[in-house]
Design a protein around this ligand. Structure first.
Ligand SMILES: Cc1ncc(COP(=O)(O)O)c(C=O)c1O
Length: 466
């Protein structure tokens, strides 16, 4: 076959060929710049875009034609990232936001009206629990938190005014795995969507839409960025949910905020996304910066290889910890001992992620000693970095929760959360040994002090007989 024939065949096939995940991670959403030939996505660092004429400007503002208006609502660099992540998750499209929290808030906000209700897993990121229980309450939206493993609890919590079910693929920090297909089926039986935060799995390990989820969220700050440099978030819609089933006036009925436009009827599979962008992003204003979008597009290129390395190191670290006498339990679904192992094999066959928690013996004091003795692991409030990270949730990320809420998210006083990075596995284990030795020394001191207190119990004053 001549080169010309081979090229012709490639051109012919490329329309129909189903490219693999790794290929799409590198190529989806971006073609070389037609003006300059630049192969990396250009950073369009501009607030506004010059309109061709007044007619096309009006058509853009009326949403009759899709064109760039203003970077709070859309931007070509951000669009390249949105298209790539939507492709990788198997969605119809995506809208990016300034943070994961902003993506979540905007996603819920677009669905609800005052007086509505949501059902959510209780075993999710502490900041999410606060957003659900307290911030949404200010909009008169009530949220019922349920044990994510109990399907009858999801079912029982759904009311006529419930607008969505929500959970995390891999719970932060408890490492619980959501039975996505089963919860999606409960939600769909009631005509409501399942929204899944897929941050800890990333689309390289799990694609919730393939299991029946309707909307997928990410804190792009984590594995999508991959290097702990920039805050961002994104919402991906499958495009498959029927918003016109009578339960979603906020999406289906004519919008007073958009001169009577009925988003679902007008835009079909893009109806929810258009409302999310043209109304919610426009009005709440938490737009992703073009520079961060550029970094995320690059991040996605290496996501599949990075996740392979993450899960390999995570398995090594979890196996080491499981055998250590100072460790009460390791909550990693990749381990056979985990109650979530079977679910992980189903939903995460390439690995159960690299963020997980373990419980140190001796609780809070030992937790502090452990963290302070570490030299290589960074003590900080983030996950999903090439660098290995560690935190003590009870005193940091989950500090706003009361004791009852803390227990319900699966956090104990001695729980330590790890985000396993890409360093040499032996070095990571060497440093964990430093921490565990320090925790053991603290434990011994505490025990010696308790023993001394017991043996020096007040005794009867000695009687002196003369
Ligand atoms: C699972 C999960 N979802 C959402 C968020 C919020 O994301 P961001 O910090 O980008 O706002 C976090 C933050 O840690 C998280 O861990």
């Amino acid at each position: 076959m001549t080169t010309a024939d081979r090229m012709k065949r490639t051109q012919d096939d490329s329309e129909t060929r189903e490219f693999g995940f790794e290929t799409r991670a590198i190529h989806a959403g971006h073609r070389p710049d037609p003006t300059t030939g630049a192969s990396a996505p250009p950073i369009y660092q501009t607030a506004g875009f010059v309109f061709e004429d007044t007619e096309s400007a009006a058509a853009y503002f009326n949403l009759q034609e899709y064109g760039n208006i203003y970077s709070r609502i859309m931007n070509p660099t951000v669009a390249a990232f949105e298209e790539r992540i939507a492709n990788l998750e198997g969605g119809a499209g995506a809208v990016a936001f300034a943070s994961g929290m902003a993506a979540q808030m905007a996603t819920f906000y677009t669905l609800v009206q005052p007086g509505d209700h949501l059902v959510a897993s209780q075993a999710v990121y502490g900041g999410t629990v606060t957003q659900l229980k307290h911030t949404l309450a200010k909009l008169s939206v009530d949220v019922t938190l349920v044990d994510p493993d109990d399907l009858s609890a999801w079912e029982a919590a759904i009311r006529p005014n419930t607008r969505a079910c929500f959970g995390e693929t891999i719970g932060n920090p408890g490492g619980n795995i959501l039975d996505i297909a089963a919860v999606a089926s409960v939600a769909h039986d009631h005509g409501i969507p399942l929204i899944v935060d897929n941050t800890f799995a990333s689309p390289a390990l799990c694609r919730p839409i393939e299991w029946g989820a309707d909307i997928v969220l990410h804190s792009a700050t984590k594995y999508i960025d991959g290097h702990g440099t920039s805050i961002g978030g994104v919402t991906i819609d499958s495009g498959a949910f029927n918003w016109s089933n009578g339960r979603f006036p906020a999406v289906a009925e004519p919008s007073a905020e958009y001169h009577g436009l009925a988003f679902h009827e007008t835009f079909g599979v893009y109806g929810y996304l258009m409302k999310l962008r043209a109304e919610t992003l426009r009005d709440l204003g938490a737009a992703l910066s073009p520079f961060n979008a550029f970094l995320y597009t690059l991040g996605l290129e290496t996501l599949p290889v990075r996740m392979e390395r993450h899960v390999r190191n995570a398995m090594g670290v979890a196996s080491f910890l499981e055998g250590h006498p100072m460790v009460e339990r390791v909550r990693y679904a990749g381990l056979e001992s985990s109650p979530y192992h079977a679910l992980a094999q189903r939903y995460l066959p390439q690995g159960a992620g690299a963020v997980f928690a373990f419980d140190l013996k001796g609780g809070r004091t030992n937790g502090r000693a452990f963290i302070e003795a570490l030299r290589l692991w960074s003590h900080l409030a983030n996950v999903g970095d090439t660098k290995s990270l560690v935190i003590h949730p009870a005193s940091t990320t989950h500090r706003q929760l009361n004791d009852e809420e803390l227990a319900s998210t699966g956090v104990a006083p001695g729980t330590i959360r790890l985000s396993v990075g890409h360093e040499t596995l032996d070095d990571l284990i060497w440093d964990l040994e430093n921490g565990l030795r320090a925790a053991q020394a603290t434990q011994e001191k505490t025990q010696a002090a308790a023993h001394a207190a017991n043996t020096t119990e007040p005794t009867e004053p000695t009687q002196v007989t003369l």
